[in-house]
Design a binder for this molecule. Structure first.
Ligand code: GDD
Ligand code: MG
Length: 334
């Protein structure tokens, strides 16, 4: 089995963290996001992954110079300009010479969904495309997908307003596609799989879906990027991962509660860190408070400063002693 993983987006919602690191290379507890995605694919039997790259593609190549990740061989397809989700699939499939059914996943989805069962269902149905669905509270941020009782897709509505969503089942960003789909995707221009390709296939009654209640989260926003990590240290997905890196240094008089402290980060005595992510090499000085926030790599929170309310400090940012930062992204971005 071969898979295309879409990792070329700008990660705008995760700025300022994505100013220096592409979204799927951001660490999730102890390793880059992409490694979770690749290992989920490997478990399903995938042996080759094509990374559909754009923004900061060099950081992926630098991380996996042997074109291998966790026992799966990688190839790289770098778009000359962003081609959007379907354009990227076409470009990557052409580059890798895919001519049999293949898997596509959004590179920012962490899930325990059984991709092998999607593959089997796709083949049993003889569908043109088969997609995984998950259920969420607010479907308006996603592709909303009503089906009939057998799982035939009746509509595909990308990011409708909240009261226009006909169901709370949404596109989980995991697909099995027949290679014939590639022919209907124009090459060399932006094409959205969600807004153009899927609605077309729905009209031909060729799109099918598998509903799943397995663990699923899209970690493309600050809140979900944090949530996914707290789930991993809380043991929501099986054995809990250690919250503090063995290479972090947390003073015995610091209070760290339900937070991730990554490698080479330092938390000084008297500091309180709660429901937060302290990234690699960050420094939390004495008596500072970090609550429900993300302190980016090498950022520094000065003595007695307070970082609260889903604030995000970007790479190397410095908050001076005693300063209050509540619900802000530093540096500010649009
Ligand atoms: N190569 C490439 N080129 N990749 C891209 C491009 C592009 O032009 N644009 C986006 N991507 C990648 C992103 O990096 C991400 O991994 C994936 O495609 C999806 O893009 P997002 O920006 O994260 O989309 P979304 O989360 O708003 O919505 C999508 O995912 C939802 C589920 O997580 C849609 O597929 C929704 O329908 C879906 O419900
Ligand atoms: Mg996303």
């Amino acid at each position: 089995m071969k898979a295309v993983v879409l990792v070329g987006g700008f990660g705008t919602r995760l700025r300022p963290l994505t100013v220096t690191t592409p979204k799927q290379m951001l660490p999730v507890v102890d390793r880059p996001m992409i490694e979770y995605v690749v290992s989920t694919l490997k478990r399903a039997g995938v042996s080759e992954v094509v990374l559909a790259l754009g923004y900061k593609e060099d950081l992926f190549r630098a991380a996996y110079p042997d074109a291998e990740c966790g026992g799966v061989s990688l190839s790289y397809a770098v778009e000359p300009e962003p081609l959007d989700t379907a354009g990227a699939v076409r470009f990557a499939a052409d580059a890798a010479g895919l001519d049999e059914p293949f898997i596509v996943v959004n590179g920012d989805v962490l899930t325990d969904f059984d991709i092998g069962s999607l593959w089997d269902r796709h083949h049993a149905l003889g569908a043109m495309a088969t997609i995984a669905l998950t259920r969420v509270e607010d479907p308006s941020r996603f592709g909303v997908v009503p089906t009939d009782a057998e799982g035939r897709v009746l509509g595909f509505i990308e990011k409708p307003s909240r009261d226009e969503a006909p169901t709370d089942w949404i596109n989980a960003g995991i697909y099995v596609l027949e290679p014939e789909i590639l022919e209907r995707i124009a090459s060399g221009r932006r094409v959205s799989i969600e807004r153009e390709v899927f609605p077309e296939i729905v009209a031909e009654r060729g799109l099918w879906a598998v509903h799943s209640d397995a663990y699923w989260i899209d970690i493309g926003t600050p809140a979900t990027y944090m949530h996914a990590q707290l789930d991993l240290i809380d043991g929501v997905r099986g054995a809990a991962l250690p919250a503090e890196s063995p290479e972090a240094s947390v003073d015995a008089d610091a209070e760290v509660e339900r937070s991730v402290v990554m490698a080479a980060a330092t938390v000084a005595g008297g500091a309180v860190v709660r429901d937060s992510i302290i990234m690699g090499g960050a420094v939390i000085a004495a008596d500072a408070l970090v609550d429900g926030s993300i302190v980016g790599p090498r950022a520094r929170v000065g003595e007695g400063a307070k970082i609260t309310g889903m604030s995000i400090l970007g790479d190397g940012q410095n908050v001076g002693a005693g300063q209050l930062v509540d619900g802000l992204k530093i540096p500010m971005s649009d």
